[in-house]
Design a binder for this molecule. Sequence first.
Ligand code: ADP
Length: 453
Amino acid sequence: MGILSAAALAVITAAVQGANSGILASAESVRQAEEAAIDLLVHARSSDPLVRMDHERRLASHLVDADRRLATPEEHAAAHEAVDAVGEYLLASRAGAPGTEASLEQAYAAVGALVDVNMAHVRAARASAARWQMIANGAGISLALAMVLASWLLGWWLKTQALRPVLELSDALARFGGGDPLVRAREVGPEEVARMARDFNRMADALARQRQGQAAFLASVAHDLRNPISALKLTAAAVPVGGPLPPEARTRRAFDVVRRQAVKLERMLNDLLDTARIEAGEVEMRVERVDLRDHVRSALELFEGTSAHHRLVSEVPDHPVPVYCDPLRIEQVLANLLSNAIKYSPGGGEVRVTLRVASGEAVIQVADQGIGISERDRATIFEPFRRTGSLRSAVAGTGLGLYVVRRLVEAHAGSVAVASVEGMGTIFTVRLPLAHDTPQLVPESAPAAPAAP
Ligand code: ADP
């Protein structure tokens, strides 16, 4: 539309300019013709030969000048007639012939006719300029209306067609934010908008899955909490209120059950609390320089005597293994791994904890001879609420132990990995950076022979 307007403007301007220069040329020609008429009269009245010669010269110059500025064939014809008539008059007057007065009349009339033709041309040019001005006004108004209409149409198209997917996406986001978890965006429109809609839908699906996982997790935690509580209630019921105490052996067994169930409950609650703190980014670390051997030993001591079927073995180097860590958190990591090693080797066997130094890191391995973990499950066991394996309904747990292990080890700039063979056993390997201000190099130890696979 802009190009159209510019082209129309150029055409109209050229036409108006043409008409204007026609008017100017004709007006100048009129002036020259009138000057020629005056020269003609002065020449006729004068008897001085010098004055007459001067006016003859001026007459010729005016008529030639008038002819030069003319544009139309009629004007040129009138100019030639005027030149001829004036020529005839001058010849007659020079010869003093009797018809001089009549040829003066004719020359005067021819010059007047030239003025008339010029004036007619001026009027025609003015009419043409006025016409072009009207056309310009009409075209300007039409173009302005067309532009208003076009911008209105563009706005309407943008709103209803081009921006619709964006508006729909924004509406879906607002409804999702307002608490409608089922809302999804249509994946339509320009590529970028469709991609945003797709990403939003994926995020909403992931949140829905997470919400379902959390609901399932709550149900399973409630279920797992019920078991130890029922065991505690049954054990307590064996000791009648106000009655005589059962024989000592039974009372000791009952207290043993109470102790084990209380430990189980405490561990579950600790896992839950730790996860909540990790998720909220509120894990408080009290880092100090420690010899890791002491904490491997004390973690192991916790489990000594907890299972008659398992043999706990530790291998630590005979030199200190200095690291900067929160010792309680590292003991918690080892406790989770040891507890799993025992839980998931129901047939008993050896649980071996090895500490060594390799590649400038302290390496702790916890190996068991239990049920092992399939390759598929190994990819997900460090995610929160992941309970896998054939024993998941038989063994109490929250699916949070390994998640807590990973997050705590990572908080110490370390890493944790798993290797396993189904039916043979599992080895968890934790790596922690050695204290960088160690005065002398800590000797590297040869890798320990794993207890399992
Ligand atoms: P939980 O023990 O409460 O289920 P964890 O996060 O500690 O949760 O472990 C996640 C899953 O990893 C367990 O459900 C189990 O299937 C598997 N797992 C962990 N440790 C072992 C192990 N030593 N041997 C076999 N499977 C294990």
